[in-house]
Design a protein around this ligand. Structure first.
Ligand code: HEC
Length: 244
């Protein structure tokens, strides 16, 4: 029975802490006064949330990674003293490195400012490709939907959009896709045929020779994924409360 009560206590605390840290709560965590801490911001000074920051002791081959919070802040669990290599990376931004000496009992601070990379497309997963396609106008939204529903049935968006072509090049690709890859009278052929000119214009805008309006983003963590981070933080304080 006592064990059972202990479990309920732990679950209750866990629920309270998870609730307290739900996104949108106005709670701001102050950085701890000891250990490796810092912030990650973009070149325009905005805090970057959900960015992985990693540290590895020079003489070890195990790295530890943590993620930044809504304020762009990160902090590591206690690390052994020593010389560390650090790096922060987000999709669409340059890998940024640092070196730090960690000594126990002190706060060691390392802030990162990430510079955007000119062509970040090679870093994108298929889902990120779709997310980065511009959709600000009704016409753009329609083309994004057509690509999602009608181009991605045979190959991923990463394969279809990896290369850049001018309007004539996209015209050849569209003709090939329609004539060679779809069956005569199939709904997919009719739809691609109907939207052919609009698709060529959209593809040339997004993946043409000129500057691309593809959207940059770095948020790779979804709210439910943060639960793992919160649970880990909670596990860190349980021993202090005498719960093993
Ligand atoms: C019915 C299947 C199918 C559909 C629908 C389709 N494709 Fe393809 N696509 C293919 C196949 C198969 C290849 C490979 C052809 C080859 O290599 O000979 C290909 C190749 C390509 C390539 C060349 C890639 C490269 O790097 O050489 C591009 C670009 C492309 N598709 C874009 C699109 C776009 C944009 C759409 C939507 C408008 C689309 N595809 C719809 C089957 C399809």
């Amino acid at each position: 029975m006592p064990r059972f009560h202990g479990l309920i206590l732990v679950l209750g605390i866990l629920a309270a802490l998870l609730w307290a840290e739900l996104p949108g709560s106005s709670r701001t965590a102050a950085l701890p006064s000891t250990g490796l801490v810092g912030t990650v911001q973009s070149a325009d000074g905005k805090p970057m949330e959900g960015v992985a920051v990693s540290a590895r002791a020079q003489d070890k081959n195990i790295s530890t990674s943590v993620y930044t919070n809504q304020e762009g802040e990160y902090f590591f669990p206690p690390l052994d003293a020593g010389e560390y290599r650090m790096w922060a990376q987000a999709v669409g931004f340059e890998l940024t490195r640092a070196e730090k000496t960690i000594s126990s009992g002190r706060q060691i601070r390392q802030d990162f400012t990430l510079k955007p990379v000119a062509d970040f497309s090679s870093q994108l997963s298929d889902a990120e490709w779709m997310e980065s396609l511009p959709d600000d106008t009704p016409a753009d939204r329609r083309m994004k939907k057509v690509i999602h529903n009608n181009c991605v049935v045979c190959h991923g968006p990463g394969f279809a959009l990896a290369k850049r072509f001018d309007a004539a090049g996209w015209g050849v690709i569209m003709n090939t896709m329609i004539e060679k890859q779809t069956l005569p009278d199939s709904p997919n052929r009719k739809l691609l045929q109907a939207y052919k000119e609009d698709l060529i214009a959209y593809l040339t805008k997004v993946r043409g020779p000129g500057p691309s309006p593809m959207k940059r983003f770095w948020r790779r963590l979804y709210p439910w994924q943060n639960i793992g981070l919160r649970a880990r933080r909670l596990l860190g304080i349980l021993p202090i409360m005498g719960v093993q």
